[in-house]
Design a protein around this ligand. Structure first.
Ligand code: ADP
Ligand code: SF4
Length: 682
């Protein structure tokens, strides 16, 4: 299909100082959880973005010196020439497809715990280090600043030698140059502290040093947190953020605008932000610079993108998450296939991987992070050597992804779903407050399945063993999902407790099924991800009084991994939720939940007319058990209840590996290389 001319503007080349981006699609720096320890996976991942049409593809944060060490999180290093040689593979992978390669030089200052390198943490002023309580970060003296500038310059030289086209000065996300800029952190009295011009001095010098180091060969970009999100005490977009652009606007070749404070502000989930959510902060930048500006905003709609350019908000379409969910987003727009974009749902599971120190994973894109390790291309599924007749039972994320990928490989697929629509759990979960974008997991797959003649979908088809036997498939995939437990077993409660048989207990399944609930609700959360908090929000919005009881010490505590934790506390507290923390379930009496404090051992009774348990889930595996002995495989929540991302991955993996020689599907591993034996210092 030809490209829609309405989107032509997105494919115009843009000059960035001495280099030219082939189009306006700009993959801004984002973490992969791979860093310098997984260079093959990391380089291949970036290459795929370029193949998918991103005109600029950047690395994640790249440490310039051992005093910037974020162990156990994965980051790149550019400490020496060996690092540069390794990173040259990434720039080459990006160049292979005609994109520009950007590298984000990074020093985290007091954000660096330096657990591996054991260097002292550095900061503009002596402060507690961010993650290394009770350690402090050391105030840098003028010599330290001088040396720091040399580290940065040396890293810029290595970046150019490694083939990168755009070299970043990173003054975002509370990292060192930003720490100098911020009056909240910088309490110095010398020429690097005090008035705004002094606090901006280091940033100015770093831009000049980098320019001098890379000459006309590379562009110099600045990533700036335009607003610290701490109100008037810090950098605000109407105060020092704007003044930074006014003062330094023409110095770099490009401004990459971000938000400061926690990463949850910059990569805000869809539960708490809409597409283009940063515009109110970034919009002023172009007023004060003639240089190109880029800014993220979970852009997946080409019309919104065109609006950004036409209205002069930015010159590029900045994206991290949309490029993870669909590395081929630009190509699809270019080829008139925008209806095939696998839109990011804004769930921030990708962020959780990084926060757990694990390689990147994505709910929408099961191939993300598997490009090198398993040879999975996001758009190409290799044809099967033998086309089979496969029955997939269950049209949730796992079943849909399995059916789609099996179909792409050429199998004849029948997808049977008990309900009246496809989607499984995402249908009900996307009806919870703020989660409407999650339905994209269903919509993308339903749309693609609908175009394939070799996949037949049957709704309202709850299959039993006899139906399956009669169907006579070569293979049966059971993807019947899971149900929430009614016995309270969850993350903390491992042994069953006494439950009065007369007490009626609700689970999320009952709520999704539309059960009528009158009066106050007590939610006991021993799952700790979004479900209990989102249900609480729904009930509060509906006018119920909600008490939230949990063994944890905050609401939806695992949401710290998706950078939503603070947003959830704020939202639910503002809606009037009552909370009881550190309470483990002891017993359920009639109209009473009995808990014990984890720390004091004090027993509490919580009267409740409606008790909703959000604890563990159990696989809906009855059907699979009845099929024992036949050629059936169970996948997704039916095998092991987990996230939507894990269900999609399970469906994809099954479909990729079905019928393949087991020896051919062993994933490759990155291996640390052996070095010469230790030379003892005696
Ligand atoms: P997953 O996340 O593993 O895909 P879900 O719970 O989201 O699991 O989806 C499971 C789907 O399977 C649901 O849509 C459910 O209606 C469907 N299902 C369950 N049992 C049957 C059955 N016997 N026949 C057809 N579909 C079924
Ligand atoms: Fe988007 Fe979720 Fe994928 Fe992240 S994990 S890119 S937020 S769909």
């Amino acid at each position: 299909m030809p490209r829609n001319p309405r989107y032509d503007v997105l494919f115009e080349p843009v000059e960035i100082g001495p280099v030219t981006a082939p189009n306006r699609f700009y993959q801004t720096p984002h973490a992969t959880g791979m860093g310098s320890m997984k260079p093959n996976r990391s380089a291949t991942l970036r290459g795929i973005k370029a193949e998918g049409g991103w005109g600029v593809v950047c690395t994640e944060y790249c440490s310039i010196h051992p005093s910037a060490d974020e162990t156990p999180y994965a980051y790149l290093t550019l400490w020496d020439d060996d690092d540069a040689e390794q990173l040259a593979h990434t720039s080459a992978a990006i160049h292979q497809h005609g994109a520009l390669a950007g590298i984000e030089l990074w020093h985290g200052g007091f954000h660096c715990n330096n657990r591996d390198t054991r260097e002292p943490s550095l900061a503009p002023s002596g402060v507690s280090a961010e993650f290394t309580f009770p350690a402090q970060a050391r105030e840098m003296d003028l010599d330290d600043i001088h040396i720091f500038r040399r580290w940065h310059r040396d890293a810029a030289l290595r970046a150019a030698a490694a083939g990168f086209d755009i070299v970043y000065v990173y003054a975002g996300h509370d990292y060192l140059p930003f720490q100098f800029l911020s009056p909240r952190i910088n309490r110095r009295r010398d020429r690097y502290g005090g008035c705004f011009e002094n606090r901006a001095r280091l940033l100015r010098e770093l831009i000049e040093d980098t320019r001098e180091a890379v000459g006309d060969r590379c562009a110099v970009a600045v990533r700036l947190a335009i607003d610290e999100m701490h109100g008037d005490g810090g950098i605000t977009s109407s105060g020092d953020g704007r003044r930074t652009i006014e003062l330094l606007g023409e110095l770099p070749d490009l401004w990459d605008i971000a938000l400061g404070g926690s990463l949850g502000n910059d990569s805000c989930s869809s539960r708490f932000s809409a597409e283009g959510y940063q515009e109110q902060y970034a919009a002023i930048v172009k007023l004060h610079t003639s240089k190109p500006v880029v800014n993220v905003g979970r852009f997946t709609s080409p019309d919104t993108m065109v609006g950004q350019i036409r209205r002069g908000v930015q010159d590029f379409i900045g994206a991290a998450r949309p490029s993870i969910a669909d590395p081929f987003l630009p190509r699809k727009i270019d080829e008139g296939r925008e209806d095939e974009i696998r839109e990011c749902i804004g769930c921030n599971i990708c962020r959780s991987a990084n926060n757990e120190g694990a390689p990147l994973r994505c709910t929408q894109n099961p191939t993300m992070g598997e490009e090198w390790r398993r040879g999975w291309h996001p758009e190409i599924s290799p044809p099967a050597t033998k086309q089979d007749n496969i029955l997939v039972v269950g049209g949730g994320p796992a079943g849909m992804e399995a059916a789609l990928t099996l179909g792409r490989r050429g199998h004849r697929v029948t997808l049977a779903e008990a309900g009246g629509e496809l989607g499984g759990r995402v249908v009900s979960e996307s009806r919870l407050p703020g989660l409407q974008n999650w339905i994209r997991v269903r919509d993308y797959r339903a749309h693609m399945i609908g175009q394939m003649e070799n996949i037949q979908v049957y709704l309202d088809s709850a299959l039993g063993k006899d139906d399956i036997d009669a169907f006579g498939a070569d293979h049966v995939v059971i993807a019947t999902g899971s149900r929430w437990r009614r016995d309270g077993l969850g993350h903390h409660l491992r042994m069953p407790v006494e439950i009065d048989a007369a007490m009626s207990i609700l689970t999320p399944d009952d709520v999704h099924d539309g059960i009528d609930i009158d009066g106050d609700i007590l939610i006991y959360d021993d799952e700790h991800y979004f479900m209990a908090g989102a249900l609480a929000e729904r009930f509060l919005l509906d006018g119920h009084a909600v008490t939230y009881v949990t063994p944890a010490t905050s609401i939806s505590c695992w949401s710290a991994m998706t950078n939503e934790h603070e947003f959830i506390q704020r939202r639910l507290l503002s809606l009037g939720i009552e909370t009881r923390f550190a309470q483990t379930l002891q017993r359920i009496d009639i109209d009473t939940l009995v808990t014990r404090c984890k720390y004091s051992n004090r027993v509490s009774e919580h009267p409740c007319s409606n008790l909703l348990l959000v604890s563990g889930r159990e696989p809906r595996e009855d059907l699979f058990r009845r099929l024992a002995g036949s050629t059936a495989t169970r996948i997704g929540d039916c095998l092991v209840p987990s996230s939507i991302a894990d269900a999609v991955y399970a469906g994809h993996k099954f479909a990729r590996e079905y019928g393949e020689d087991p020896a051919s599907i062993v994933p490759r591993r990155e291996r640390a290389s052996l070095q010469p034996a230790v030379a003892w210092r005696v």
